[in-house]
Ligand binder design. Sequence first.
Ligand code: ITT
Length: 197
Amino acid sequence: KTLVLATGNAGKVKELAAMLSPLKINVVPQSDYNVPEVAETGTTFVENAIIKARHAAKITGLPAIADDSGLQVDALNGAPGVYSARFAGAQASDQDNINKLLTELGDNHNRKARFCCVLVLMRHSEDPTPLICSASWEGEISHSQNGQGGFGYDPIFYIPNQGCTSAQLSKEQKNAVSHRALALKKLLAELSAEQQQ
Ligand code: ITT
């Protein structure tokens, strides 16, 4: 059984592949099939994840999982949200996005934020009932960057009960508690329930 990871984000590929590695599934990134990027025209994580999963399933002829995720900052009314990857512009680097976020938040006392992740599994490109699971991870935006692990906004995502940023967690620690880990756990539970029917 082969499953395509419908993402061009190397950080997501690493995390999802590591979390799926105990299963008897052959997990391959969409780059192995030269799947081109598709426009994320949705206004919700769910819409964008469906667009990406359907696109990869169509081109590869294989089942595909897509991940649409982002950071919601309360004091910025939920921004950057679905625009997290492109917050500082279409070609923005993770560092550009972090800089813009820290600038916009300034010294605001309300630093509450959460990562959200929606995972969509399309068994084939015309799948009328894709599996859709979501989860979030509560934290705070730190005043400065810390840690080298993870990707994206991890260096400024402070987790109070761990006393560090998500970039300071080991891969194993992040993959045990992250928004992506939780969403994947739910997806796998739904999948195994379905297979037992
Ligand atoms: P694909 O669409 O190809 O999957 P992308 O990076 O464009 O890649 P998204 O549109 O879902 O993906 O953007 C998600 C952004 O949210 C991502 O680029 C990060 O900046 C941020 N993000 C999501 N999960 C994260 C995590 O676990 N740690 C840090 N930042 C994260």
